[in-house]
Design a protein around this ligand. Sequence first.
Ligand code: ZN
Length: 146
Amino acid sequence: MLVNSYKKKQVLMGRIDCNKDLLGEINDICNKNNIRVGHISIVGAIKSINLGYYLQDEQRYIYIDDIEKSENYEIVSCTGNVSIKDSKPFAHLHLIASDKNGHCIGGHLMPGTTVFAAEFVIQEFEGENLIRQFDKETGLPLWVKN
Ligand code: ZN
């Protein structure tokens, strides 16, 4: 188990432009503002979607293929965190999106999800960095104790 305690440092709130890559823009914002640890939430709409699913037995991500990737979706919820991976800020986000019938899909946000309109809140925390390193048991880059 790993438990750290943080204080809120600052909150960034803003909008991502149409046709930008959602994950790429969030990572850019974190890098440009040197946000090293924090919480992220996003609402809005996307023009296309690309989600991943981690195969635990095979220890690898696959793209979720059983969805219409070019359909327009509402971002019902997109939430996650920012920590350090490979010495730089890294956003880990999961997204739930609804289609025009209100049916939802969800998964691990991958590059290739294109913004229609997106509003974000990034809360930067003050305290120890959380650093991701390869974890043998899961095959994932998980937070380790410093
Ligand atoms: Zn994930």
